[in-house]
Design a protein around this ligand. Structure first.
Ligand SMILES: [Zn+2]
Length: 80
């Protein structure tokens, strides 16, 4: 399934802040994001997850295969 980038919401909240990731549960000083997955069904709005760590955001968006490459490029960090 193809997903348009505009349907996905990723926002960098803080580059370095102490917080607990809602997905993996890691609690430490880390980059924190707000993440909302793409909307597949028109009458269902996916919940917004926040805060979420960098690794989880990139994994959700790009999948495990491209995770490390995209994290290095930091492709999501400039999107608001
Ligand atoms: Zn995480």
């Amino acid at each position: 399934m193809n997903v348009k980038d505009s349907e996905r919401k990723v926002k960098l909240l803080a580059e370095k802040e102490y917080g607990k990731c809602k997905i993996c549960g890691t609690t430490k000083v880390q980059a924190l994001y707000t993440y909302r997955s793409a909307q597949f069904v028109s009458d269902y709005i996916p919940p917004t997850l926040s805060p979420v760590c960098r690794r989880c955001v990139y994994r959700e968006v790009y999948g495990t295969k491209n995770l490390n490459k995209k994290m290095k490029e930091r492709t999501l960090d400039g999107e608001f």
